[in-house]
Design a protein around this ligand. Structure first.
Ligand code: C2E
Ligand code: CA
Ligand code: CA
Length: 456
């Protein structure tokens, strides 16, 4: 009898739990997309502002509205409209990191809460904007809804928050206002609530447009920074990009390479650098002074992962007539680590062509001996952050010694970058590093000046 009693109770609990769950679902989630509804959004936003206050890090509220929803819904019917919303909700979720919230406010309005952005407002704005751009891209792809195909871009407004400076209502209002401005500005647009951030966004977009033109207008330059051996004899150079901007003068790659990477322009720019370097190698073949010099060319991840990267390099080598053994490609640890198997396969193919590899900025990433010994590298380049404090910071000194010993054990060359003082050079030399690059030997200069330096 007791047993029967138990069964009855447990069933009862299950059912109650189920209906509690249903009530919770109804109260906090949108039944169509299953995203959090306005109530849960406010709750999460409350939490996010609390977290932001505690960590002193920014968060962002992204308000978005589908540009063509109304027209599609009116002409194609609600069933198609519903499917569009479900698909849009799905795509939005793909853009989120853990801890972010996507909610549906109703209609075709969605709100995203980003947590844990930078403490600095400028960088936080860039981070939020990157997510917004990703959303813009994802939502801008064509929708296939049964037999109906359509495009429905989004208008996106962003406002940042830090702690509890603003009420939740105001935060939502700001993002909504920004979204409305995006819509007025011509749809498929991103707008910041803060005018200063909006100005920064516009400056960036302008720079992006100009960078697109830079190649056509022949505004890109290659500078050559000498690499030397222990007797200061030149071994070759690393080529470094400069952008000769008509108003700003020479723009540093630190400023435009990240932009070029985001926009994919790096693929064309990188190819240009490779072609220019190879043409130079070829031209140097006629002079005994330069015949043996190598050139190191930086290759960014996006470029390296191009499906046809290997054949691009092969073509450039053939067309220029450069000797492959004089070409050295610099890859960073993060590039290599992105997909180790694919990296190894590509490197092997390139090695077959005769090209060499140097691991750039070594020590700043997450290298492990595991993969390091599997990569067909020729050289490791000690990052300049370790070289800088080599004489004063025992940790850096120890790291550098370890890197050199490890390179030795793996049978790899090692070069130090950012060598500025005789003390640094001496320390490196004493511990077995015999190739150097840095201001002590020469700054990056145009090729004419580089050649003059050789003759001296
Ligand atoms: P990186 O590959 O680590 O290049 C070395 C950077 O250190 C260069 O900055 C160089 O000018 C600087 N440097 C050299 N010697 C010294 C020194 O003694 N002291 C100090 N403080 N700095 C030194 P740069 O030319 O501004 O280049 C910055 C970064 O831009 C490069 O870092 C590289 O990541 C990227 N970059 C440059 N050219 C290209 C390119 O053609 N393709 C790609 N993908 N990236 C490039
Ligand atoms: Ca480099
Ligand atoms: Ca480097």
């Amino acid at each position: 009898q007791q047993v029967t009693h138990y069964v009855a109770v447990s069933r009862d609990i299950t059912r109650r739990k189920q209906s509690e769950q249903e009530i919770h679902q109804l109260a906090f989630y949108d039944p169509l997309t299953r995203l959090p509804n306005r109530r849960l959004l406010l709750d999460r936003l409350q939490q996010s502002t609390a977290v932001s206050a505690r960590n002193d890090r920014h968060g962002a509220l992204i308000f978005l509205d589908l540009d063509n929803f109304k027209a599609i819904n009116d002409t194609q019917g609600h069933a198609v409209g519903d499917r569009l919303l479900i698909e849009a909700a799905h795509r939005l979720q793909l853009c989120m990191r853990e801890g972010d919230t996507v909610a549906r406010l109703g209609g075709d309005e969605f709100v995203v809460v980003l947590e844990d952005l930078s403490s600095g407002a400028d960088y936080a704005a860039t981070q939020a904007e990157q997510v917004a751009e990703k959303i813009q891209r994802e939502l801008g792809q064509a929708y296939v809804l049964g037999s109906f195909e359509c495009i429905s871009t989004a208008s996106i407004g962003i406002s940042l928050f830090l702690g509890h400076r603003e009420s939740l209502d105001n935060l939502l209002k700001h993002a909504d206002t920004a979204m409305y401005q995006a819509k007025t500005a011509g749809r498929n647009t991103i707008r910041f609530y803060d005018p200063a951030m909006q100005a920064a966004l516009e400056a960036r977009i302008e720079l992006e447009g100009e960078l697109r033109q830079a190649l056509n207008k022949q505004q890109l330059r290659l500078y050559y920074q000498v690499q030397v051996d222990h007797l200061h004899r030149p071994l070759g150079a690393e080529v470094l990009l400069r952008w000769d901007h008509h108003k700003r003068g020479l723009v540093s790659p630190a400023e435009f390479i990240p932009l070029a990477e985001e926009t994919g322009l790096i693929v064309l720019i990188g190819l240009w650098a490779l072609q220019t370097a190879c043409a130079q190698l070829r031209a140097w073949q006629y002079d005994a002074l330069t015949r043996e010099l190598t050139l190191a060319v930086n290759v960014s991840a996006k470029q390296f992962r191009q499906a046809d990267f290997v054949s691009q390099v092969q073509r450039v080598l053939q067309q220029s007539g450069a000797k492959p053994s004089l070409l050295k490609l610099e890859l960073t640890e993060s590039t290599v680590l992105e997909n180790v198997e694919d990296t190894i396969a590509r490197m092997r193919e390139l090695k077959l062509l005769g090209v060499g590899f140097s691991m750039d900025d070594f020590g700043t990433g997450y290298s492990s001996l595991q993969y390091l010994k599997r990569l067909p590298l020729d050289q490791i380049k000690i990052d300049r952050s370790f070289v800088r404090d080599i004489a004063s910071d025992p940790n850096d000194a120890a790291i550098v010694k370890t890197i050199i010993a490890m390179a030795d054990a793996l049978g790899l060359d090692v070069i130090a970058e950012g060598v500025e003082t005789e003390a640094q050079r001496e320390f490196l030399g004493r511990h077995g590093c015999h190739a150097f690059q840095g201001y002590l030997f020469g700054r990056p200069v145009p090729v004419g000046q580089f050649e003059e330096g050789l003759r001296r």
